[in-house]
Design a protein around this ligand. Structure first.
Ligand SMILES: [Zn+2]
Length: 288
């Protein structure tokens, strides 16, 4: 029933019960209205992939598409990085991220994507992205690039560079992937306590409990809310690890920003906690 139909009924009947219904309807609609999220401080989405369309690539996302999604969902800023699936030319992909940021000043925040198997080249590329292109962090994907997050002989060099550059890392953290378990995140968080480490997907599904307990243990370990659609898990993470340890993300182009924001709104009724998750925490991590 639309707003005006309700008002017409109210006007014609002057029925008290109907008025009560209208009040309830509006309150409920306001709560569920995903086109206009409940007013918050700045909303920052920490997890988005950008990559130019090329023949043969099934998945891609232009900055234009992302910005239009952000405008509809009321997202102020978004962290962007390349697609690990298609990072045949890492340098070119990072340059595309840089071009995207330049097109939309103030809206997009670049993270470098490198493959640790490139060893020194990966470290150099990370340094170039931060010092020359102004990127603010690093994205790792142990599952697609086939390495274990805590393979120290391979990944320590990358973490050391992040420590030197004073930037955070966001890494894939899917529960059934043996390369990036909560225990491996815990190991790296403990080895590099000055590097903020964000576990994407918070160990969904199988390892969510472990992910929460590791976030409780390590001050520099954070959980990103993407893909973890279990509202109870989100509530549990807030109750146990604290709202300060969760960061909102969507993992576009797959998921919808509107739905992901609604998930946070439904799971976390406390406004102050929601503000931290939707933007406050990542602002602090990035010092913006
Ligand atoms: Zn992703």
């Amino acid at each position: 029933m639309c707003k005006f139909t309700c008002l017409n009924i109210l006007a014609s009947t002057k029925n008290y019960k109907c008025e009560t219904f209208v009040e309830k309807f509006f309150i409920k609609s306001q709560y569920l209205n995903i086109q206009k999220p409940i007013p918050e401080n700045v909303i920052i989405d920490v997890h988005n992939h950008i990559g130019k369309p090329e023949p043969g690539l099934e998945v891609y996302q232009t900055p234009e598409r992302l910005i239009s999604e952000m405008d509809i969902a009321g997202v102020d800023k978004a962290i962007i990085f390349g697609f690990p699936e298609y990072s045949f030319n890492i340098v070119e992909n990072n340059d595309y991220i840089f071009e995207s940021i330049k097109k939309y000043p103030g809206r997009l925040i670049g993270f470098s994507l490198v493959n640790p198997w490139s060893r020194e080249k990966a470290v150099k590329e990370l340094e170039r992205c931060v010092n020359k292109l102004g990127f603010k962090g690093l994205k790792l994907h142990p599952a697609i690039h086939h390495f274990s997050l805590n393979a120290h002989s391979l990944t320590d060099a990358i973490f050391e560079e992040c420590s030197k550059l004073k930037i955070p890392i966001i890494s894939h953290g899917q529960g059934d992937c043996p390369h990036c378990t909560p225990a491996q995140f815990g190991d790296m968080a403990e080895t590099f306590p000055d590097v903020p480490l964000i576990m994407a997907h918070m160990g969904f599904w199988q390892n969510t409990e472990d992910a929460i307990s590791k976030a409780m243990k390590y001050d520099n370990l954070y959980l990103d809310t993407t893909m973890n659609n279990n509202v109870e898990s989100l509530r549990k993470a807030v109750d146990k690890a604290g709202a300060e340890k969760l960061v909102f993300g969507t993992d576009t182009p797959g998921p919808s920003m509107q739905v992901e924001i609604m998930k946070i709104n439904v799971a976390i009724p406390d406004r102050k906690k929601r503000e931290l998750i939707l933007g406050g925490n990542i602002s602090k991590i990035l010092k913006i």
